[in-house]
Design a protein around this ligand. Structure first.
Ligand code: CUA
Length: 156
C-alpha cells in the first residue's frame, strides 16, 4: 500500500519535472531565436562610422569597474588599432564589421568574437594579468587575412 502511494507521488513528480524541463527548453530555444544570446544587435554596415557607439571607436569608462571597448573590424585590420585597458576591470567589447565576417580573437583568453556585418556583438572579459595581448582574425576574410591583427595593452 505504501509503495503504491510512493509510486504515484513519484509518477506525478516525474511528470511535473518533465513538463517543467520541456518548458524551460522551449522557452530558452524561443528566447535564443528571438533575442540572440550574447546581446547581438543590428546595424547598417554602410553607416557604421556614423552610428554610435562606432562613431567614436575606442575605450571609454562606463563606471568604476566597467569599461567599454568599441571596435570596428574591416579588411584587414581593427579600428582603433592598439588599445589600452586596465587589468582587473570588466571590459565590454562591442564589435561590428563594415565588410565581411572577421573575428576578434584575443590570444590566451576565452575571447573569440565574430565580427559580422550588420550585427553588433558584445563580450565581457576581465584581464587578470597586465601585459600585451595579441588579437587575431580567425575567420578567413580575404587576401590580407593573415596580416589582420592588433594588440591590447593591459595595464595595472
Ligand atoms: Cu579578418 Cu580574417
Amino acid at each position: 500500500m505504501h509503495f503504491h502511494k510512493f509510486e504515484k507521488i513519484w509518477l506525478i513528480f516525474g511528470t511535473l519535472s518533465l513538463a517543467a524541463f520541456l518548458t524551460i527548453v522551449g522557452v530558452t530555444a524561443f528566447a535564443h531565436g528571438h533575442t540572440p544570446a550574447g546581446g547581438m544587435d543590428t546595424i547598417d554596415p554602410e553607416k557604421v562610422a556614423e552610428t554610435p557607439p562606432f562613431d567614436k571607436p575606442g575605450v571609454r569608462q562606463l563606471d568604476d569597474d566597467t569599461y567599454e571597448a568599441v571596435i570596428i573590424s574591416q579588411a584587414f585590420g581593427y579600428l582603433p588599432g592598439k588599445i589600452k585597458v586596465p587589468a582587473g576591470k570588466e571590459i565590454i567589447f562591442t564589435l561590428t564589421s563594415t565588410d565581411v565576417v572577421h573575428s576578434f580573437t584575443i590570444d590566451n583568453t576565452k575571447v573569440n568574437m565574430m565580427a559580422v556585418p550588420g550585427r553588433i556583438t558584445h563580450k565581457s572579459y576581465t584581464f587578470e594579468k597586465p601585459g600585451t595581448y595579441l588579437v587575431l582574425c580567425n575567420e578567413y576574410c580575404g587576401a590580407g587575412h593573415h596580416m589582420m591583427s592588433t594588440e591590447i595593452e593591459v595595464y595595472e
